[in-house]
Design a protein around this ligand. Structure first.
Ligand code: NAD
Length: 735
């Protein structure tokens, strides 16, 4: 029998080696077709008297990424369509659909023949759940092997037996930790937890897996043996009495109750360990069906998986442009940003010339890469040899002639129009005619800067976020005259350095910083109202933000806010800045020298390590303080999220951002906008535009005009539209 996704070879010992190798895919994933084939294979193996046991492995460098999340997304579509037809029957049908994979793995483990999973590379989600259903698991000790159940990161949870098998193999605490964080395990860690039986050299993987069968591996799982007890003895033990009362509190501390998928893991494990295995699977299936119907799961899968993948693959790339090749890239300005841009470029295998005003400054920029390489080598993420090759790609110099043959120049000099003009002219005096020029400016409109260029059609913004080597987002900014080739080149570059791009039309602050600015401004309002600073910071984290607004302001520098205010007043007039905000920031910067984290003091004090940062006590004296018990935290949470989402809606209305996927992905990758919402616009769509508009009106009445819903929102509310419905994922401009 032949299969599309698997090959089977049975050796002289009667051991069938099944190799999973999906044609035309870089990684194996579970699709409906793969499940159908595996189902057939299980039947064949069980019926074939000549087969004693099975080893399943992958023909690719990784084992598998797990379930194809587009398949999960299709379950949402199915559910929505079914709900419209038959509300009562829809959940039942979804329940049947979600049980498919779990039932398949249960069939595998009870088919009567021993199965061993030979984990040769990354093994995630559904693929590890299948491995858990195998009677033996052998992992390679290669550094590339990562084992994880990461479903919680996209709002769901391991729903194909994972929540039942993991705590029957590992102790409950480790099991919960693994599944509620989605963390990756090495083969050795998985073995220490009891999740794999052996870890071997890559070349020994298949022989070791076959040997397990030859050594008489029983085709019965421990939980199907009489008298089975989970590690640690299950729920009703003294150790469990320590663990279980604390577990929901710990989860709440980590997630503020915002992730129903994470809570469902606790419920599945706690309830499942008290019942026979098959009942446990049924409990898991029920919770899974429920979680699949949550707005959180829907929005997270759409933004964090589907959209992110689509944007990464060039969803916004103009058609008909040949793929850009980068023989050499020049980075001009080897300071804080330029040095790290050179590093990520060299790490992608591209030669870089790194230019600054003098050799010393350029060398200093390259030394940043040397430090990053040393760190990566120290942590075992990079070999010494690869580190040296990476560094050899960066040529520091003060000589502009070195960029003559660059295909792309990224300018990262001081944020000063005059300096940028002078540098642009100097670059273009030597740069080849067809090269693309990109500026990393964070505040100066690209159209204005392109005025310094002789070739504005080849001029574009490539806006990185700091720290460049960690931040996955890059904003690509289109000036008025930016052409398609410049856009395609910028997107090809972002893809080459393996980051996610969003394409934004030109405006002050672009997209991400406009939103971040609203977040910080709302916190200023709260401080001025006398809300204690600690409550503001906690409310933000409870709303799902990774960093409180005051802490964030310290990171980006309080004097930067001050400079931006002053620039706005100079360019747009005094009405462009709230005078109370100006007064607050002036007091901090000029009155107190509180410039932010870099100065050791801002909204927080930063004592020498290991002491932790603490909110500056002097904040209490700036404004009469409200009593903590008088503050409504739920309103603070709403204000912080709504003000950002409203700004995102404005950028859509103005045609700055044109595709809801970019607004959502940009908000999560750019500043960690409450990921459980799926991003700024999914937050609005998720509650409904009418509900959001009403909420804005309520907040506007109490907290100011900046909450007033925009004409577009009102129109959408009256028509019952959503952002995704109206704008699709196509990048169309607002009407
Ligand atoms: P920086 O001051 O650390 O670095 C600027 C570098 O440019 C310095 O090394 C300086 O010597 C060099 N330089 C100045 N004039 C030059 C010239 N004529 N020729 C060659 N080199 C010259 O500044 P930064 O924080 O790296 O910012 C650089 C750019 O990146 C700015 O446009 C800024 O707005 C933007 N940006 C900064 C951040 C951030 O978080 N700091 C984030 C995104 C974008």
């Amino acid at each position: 029998m032949s299969y599309e996704n698997f090959t089977i070879e049975t050796d002289a010992d009667g051991i069938a080696l099944i190799t999973w190798d999906m044609p035309g895919k870089s990684m194996n994933v579970f699709t409906a077709a793969v499940m159908d084939e595996l189902d057939g294979i299980i039947d064949t193996v069980a019926a074939d008297g000549g087969i004693k046991g099975v080893v399943i492995t992958s023909g690719k460098s990784s084992f598998s990424g797990g379930a194809d999340l587009s398949m999960i997304q299709s379950m949402f579509t199915f559910q929505q369509a079914e709900k419209a037809k038959d509300p009562a029957g829809a959940a039942e049908k979804l329940f049947a659909l979600t049980g498919r994979m779990s039932a398949l793995f249960r069939k595998l483990e009870t088919c009567g023949k021993p199965w061993v999973s030979a984990i040769n590379g990354t093994c995630m989600g559904g693929a590890f759940e299948m491995s858990l259903a195998c009677h033996g698991r052998v992992a390679s000790n290669a550094g590339s092997v990562k084992i994880a159940l990461p479903e919680v990161k996209v709002g769901i949870f391991p729903g194909a037996g994972g929540t039942q098998r993991v705590p029957r193999l590992a102790n409950a605490q480790d099991a919960l930790q693994m599944m509620t964080t989605g963390q990756s395990l090495t083969g050795a860690r998985a073995r220490a937890m009891g999740l794999v039986h052996q870890v071997v050299e890559p070349g020994q993987l298949i022989p070791a897996a076959k040997q397990m069968i030859k050594d008489g591996l029983k085709p019965v799982q421990p939980w199907d043996e009489k008298g089975f007890k989970a590690p640690g003895g299950g729920i009703w033990t003294p150790a469990s009495a320590q663990l279980w009362p604390a577990a929901p509190a710990i989860l709440r501390r980590e997630t503020a109750g915002n992730y129903p998928g994470a809570l469902a893991i606790l419920k599945c494990v706690y309830e499942g360990l008290q019942v026979p295995f098959d009942t446990g699977l049924r409990i898991e299936q029920r919770y899974f069906t429920h979680i699949l119907q949550t707005t959180e799961a829907f929005s997270m899968i759409r933004s964090l998986f589907i959209s992110m993948q689509e944007l990464g693959k060039g969803a916004r790339r103009p058609a008909g442009q040949p793929k850009a090749e980068f023989g050499k890239i020049a980075v001009v300005g080897a300071g804080f940003m330029g040095a790290s841009i050179a590093y990520v470029t060299a790490a992608a295998g591209i030669p870089v010339v790194l230019i600054d005003r003098d050799q010393e400054a350029a060398d200093k920029g390259r030394s940043v890469s040397a430090g990053l390489v040393a760190g990566a080598v120290g942590k075992g993420r990079l070999t010494q040899e690869d580190g040296e090759t990476l560094l050899s790609r960066i040529t520091p110099t003060a000589d502009y002639a070195a960029l003559a043959d660059a295909d792309l120049v990224i300018e990262a000099v001081f944020e000063d129009r005059t300096v940028k003009k002078e540098v642009t002219e100097k670059i273009e005096a030597v740069l080849k005619a067809d090269a693309i020029f990109a500026s990393n400016t964070s505040t100066l409109p690209i159209t204005g800067l392109a005025g310094n260029s002789k070739r504005p059609g080849q001029f574009i913004g490539i806006h990185f976020f700091s720290p460049v080597e960690k931040m996955m987002l890059v904003e690509v900014i289109l000036g008025k005259e930016t052409g398609d080739r410049a856009l395609a080149t910028a997107l090809d570059y972002v893809a080459a350095i393996r980051k996610t791009p969003i394409v934004v039309n030109d405006t002050r602050g672009f997209y991400v910083n406009r939103c971040v600015f609203r977040y910080m401004a709302e916190a200023y309002d709260m401080l001025i109202e006398g809300v204690p600073a600690a409550i503001i910071e906690n409310a933000a984290r409870m709303a799902g933000m990774p960093v409180g607004p005051l802490s964030l302001n310290d990171e980006v520098a309080v004097d930067l806010s001050y400079k931006i205010f002053k620039a706005s007043v100079a360019d747009l007039g005094p009405q462009s800045v709230d005078p109370r905000h100006m007064e607050l920031v002036t007091k901090l910067v000029e009155g107190e020298g509180r410039l932010g984290r870099k100065a050791g003091k801002g909204f927080y004090d930063y004592p020498p390590k290991p002491a932790k940062k603490k909110l500056w006590p002097g904040l209490k004296d700036l404004y009469p303080q409200q009593k903590p018990e008088d503050v409504d935290i739920s309103v603070l949470k709403q204000r912080l999220l709504v003000t950002i989402a409203l700004e995102a809606a404005r950028t859509m209305e103005e045609g700055i951002v044109t595709d809801p996927r970019e607004a959502d992905v940009g908000s999560i990758l750019g500043f960690g906008f409450a990921p459980y919402t799926g991003g700024t616009l999914s937050y609005i769509d998720g509650m409904g535009v009418q509900v959001f508009t009403d909420l804005c009106e309520t907040l506007a009445a109490r907290y100011g005009e900046h909450f007033r819903p925009t004409p577009l929102l009102r129109e959408m509310a009256s028509r019952g539209e959503t952002f995704y419905g109206r704008f699709g994922g196509t990048g169309r401009k607002a009407a």
